[in-house]
Design a protein around this ligand. Structure first.
Ligand code: DNO
Length: 404
């Protein structure tokens, strides 16, 4: 695996110098300032590459921008409304510009309206570390009582709706405001930053788009961009829904193994791949991560390795972001499946036999608690995650143990 690290650009409180000391081999970033739908220009791409190429004192970092996360897909493309055709053409130009700059792997998602969703960005664990958490009751309280979405109550089991009413009644104003901020203001990497009113307006736009409708829009998008990516020898990889179940009455199309199978077979090309995010997919008990890696491995172009602890056994439920080796996903089995896929690729001579991975998220520990970098992206918590994952990789690859 290629050990990469997400960086949010010069404003990121975790610097290029920091990631070098974490032992990172390559950088994952995006042009977060460019409006979704616009072209990523060669100048903007080059500037970001220069920033990555240098440490704070100007010395060469010898790191390069290896994966784009994300080249966002506009709401217009997802809805097939407004400027969607122009945005698709712009997407193709951005791909060409990225390729000309030597970047081959591009992650995106197809979640309507909101990118990833959490209700608490700094939940205290038993060790005093903080992590992100999704509390289903808090989310229902937000949806039914703060957003006041029409008929929202019907989307929840009655006991959850009942608990949500009680929870809402017990929350003070500052806590309510914080909950709204956590859910709708956009977590790191999200392309849009919304107000409650914006969310209501965007939700209404999806009233007439079914799950199958959204899936068809994703396929149309892929039919357009994949031939371009394939001709350029690039790899696109769709990130799963996070969390991987429907929220706010919106359609969701990338939550399960079956969803992924449908999308990879709808447009058959080596350029049409997936981002296997063990933390997003792992929030659902029926997603078998090592099995998905075995069966879909061929199409995996990017890996997010992270672990969540599910707090219920239902498909839709609460979870928190656990340490990398201690959540509900069997990380050792997953890494074993990844190493086997890489070995298979090496045997058949695939140039992309080394799959880029990043230690996804991390708990805030030690000095992270003071630094307060982007939620989910602390320096030390991620470094710890990477170190643990690297340990498993080294052990499983060792000749005295490994079969991979
Ligand atoms: C969260 C991230 C997501 C991801 C996008 C990919 O930490 O994994 O924001 O970058 O969904 O398009």
């Amino acid at each position: 695996m290629r050990q990469t690290w997400r960086w949010f650009g010069p404003k990121d409180l975790v610097s290029i110098d920091d990631m070098l000391q974490a032992g990172v081999e390559g950088v994952v970033t995006a042009l977060h300032h460019v409006t979704t739908g616009d072209v990523w220009t060669p100048d903007d791409i080059k500037q970001r590459q220069d920033e990555i190429g240098h440490m704070m004192d100007g010395a060469a970092s010898n790191l390069a921008w290896e994966v784009v996360e994300s080249l966002p897909v506009s709401e217009d493309i997802k809805k097939q409304k407004g400027a969607w055709r122009e945005h698709i053409e712009n997407y193709k130009v951005s791909l060409q510009n990225l390729k000309s700059a030597g970047i081959d792997v591009v992650c995106y998602n197809f979640m309507p309206v909101l990118d990833w969703t959490r209700t608490d960005l700094a939940w205290r664990t038993r060790t005093g570390a903080t992590c992100m958490r999704f509390d289903y009751v808090d989310f229902a309280a937000f949806d039914i009582h703060l957003l006041e979405r029409t008929d929202a109550t019907n989307d929840y089991p009655s006991e959850i709706a009942g608990e949500a009413a009680k929870r809402f009644a017990s929350l003070g104003e500052p806590v309510k405001e914080k909950l709204v901020e956590n859910i709708v203001c956009g977590l790191p990497g999200a392309a849009e930053h919304f107000t409650l009113a914006d969310v209501r307006m965007h939700l209404a736009e999806y009233d007439s788009i079914s799950t199958e409708g959204l899936r068809a829009h994703l396929v149309t998008f892929l039919e357009e961009v994949i031939p371009v990516a394939e001709a350029l020898d690039m790899r696109l990889c769709c990130h799963p829904d996070d969390p991987p179940f429907p929220l706010l009455g919106l359609p969701r199309v990338m939550s399960t193994e079956a969803d992924y199978q449908t999308i990879v077979s709808a447009v058959d090309s080596p350029a049409n791949g997936i981002t296997l995010c063990s933390g997003s997919l792992g929030a659902r008990p029926d997603n078998d991560l090592p099995g998905m890696m075995e069966r879909l491995g061929d199409h995996v172009h990017f890996l997010h390795l992270r672990n969540v602890k599910r707090e219920t056994s239902s498909i839709r439920g609460s979870f928190y972001e656990d340490e990398h080796l201690t959540g509900d996903t069997d990380m050792v089995a997953l890494i074993d499946a990844i190493l086997k896929e890489e070995a298979k690729r090496r045997d058949i001579g695939r140039a992309d036999h080394q799959i880029p991975m990043r230690p996804d998220h991390g708990q805030d520990i030690l000095d992270d608690l003071k630094r307060k970098a982007q939620p989910g992206y602390p320096a030390i918590g991620r470094l710890r995650g990477l170190a643990e994952l690297r340990g498993v990789m080294a052990a499983l690859s060792h000749p005295s143990i490994g079969t991979s």
